[in-house]
Design a binder for this molecule. Structure first.
Ligand SMILES: C[S@@+](CC[C@H](N)C(=O)[O-])C[C@H]1O[C@@H](n2cnc3c(N)ncnc32)[C@H](O)[C@@H]1O
Length: 278
């Protein structure tokens, strides 16, 4: 192959540990170049390795926290606890989004499928998805988010009477959270898988699998790149090609039940896909 030598050289370097890469940490500009040149084209196109390793951008620590997660925390501190905040300003697509989710969920819940006892909303924010999609279906709900303000707003205001159906609020980060065993019929992850590194997402999915009840499903709904993998360094979100996402899911030991694109969003918006797995 024409790029064989470069390929070998990069590959050898890439196999170093997190620590080693940390010591050799380069400037953020170089990280960006790596992201563009290396993640999007090299790994995906040349080597066809869809599971992207993000050493360079995720291993640096700031104030005791991984830079990647620290940036996301900082970003969400300035996001208002409102529907508009949850939608990143794209309020006009919220209802289409919720309707798409309701229809997708129907495929996996009901007689002969997943039960309706309890669901977990991961990265719930103020509870927009819980209120519009999950509460009308499930007997009880559990909600998780890393931002206290969002959870407080959900409980005290946004969810209204639905708040009485919440069994537990988890104020935690998904990468640190171990869901209880055998507990959920549905685990919904909307616009939060993008905030986990590949490794943390894979490990969370492994733990989430163990927390499903019989016939339970995990549903990821997220932005998916048209090509490769793209990092937004402002809010530390990763937009992955749907094949990369599928690869992570399969490596977590889950099987994919269905993959569907959300219809009805304007073209300027990154494509959003729903993936159901168990
Ligand atoms: C774009 S908002 C989406 C909120 C909600 N899922 C929705 O669709 O309306 C992303 C949410 O994920 C939460 N989040 C981001 N990274 C997280 C992490 N590592 N662990 C837990 N929550 C996280 C943010 O605090 C925020 O509430």
């Amino acid at each position: 192959m024409e790029f064989r030598r470069t390929h070998e050289a990069f590959r050898e370097r890439w196999e170093k540990t997190d620590d080693k890469m940390c010591k050799n940490s380069m400037s953020f500009h170089l990280h960006n170049t790596l992201r563009r040149e290396f993640f999007a084209s090299y790994l995906f196109m040349l080597e066809q390795i869809p599971l992207v390793k993000l050493y360079a951008v995720t291993c640096e620590y700031i104030m005791g926290e991984k830079q990647f997660y620290y940036r996301a925390q900082n970003f969400y501190k300035n996001v208002p606890a409102s529907e508009e905040g949850m939608m990143g300003g794209f309020m006009e697509i919220s209802e289409v989004d919720l309707e798409g989710s309701r229809q997708f969920l129907k495929k996996f819940v009901g007689p002969g499928k997943a039960d309706t006892k309890r669901a977990l909303d991961c990265g719930c924010g103020i509870g927009r998805v819980s209120k519009g999609v999950l509460f009308p279906v499930f007997e009880s709900m559990e909600l998780l988010d890393m931002m206290e303000d969002f959870i407080l707003h959900a409980h005290e205001c946004y969810l209204g009477d639905y708040a009485d159906l919440v069994e537990t609020y988890y104020l935690d980060s998904l990468q640190d959270f171990t869901p209880p065993l055998d507990r959920y019929d549905v685990i919904w992850m909307q616009w939060v898988a993008c905030h986990l590194t590949d490794k943390d997402l894979l490990e969370f999915l492994r733990r989430a699998k163990e927390s499903l009840r019989p016939k339970g499903v995990i549903i990821i709904k997220d932005n998916m790149a048209r090509q490769g993998c793209r990092l937004d360094p402002v809010d530390s979100s990763l937009i992955r090609h749907v094949d990369i996402m599928k690869s992570i899911i399969l490596q977590a030991g889950l099987s994919i039940l269905d993959v569907q694109k959300q219809e009805g969003f304007p073209d300027i918006i990154v494509p959003v896909w729903m993936i159901a797995m168990q």
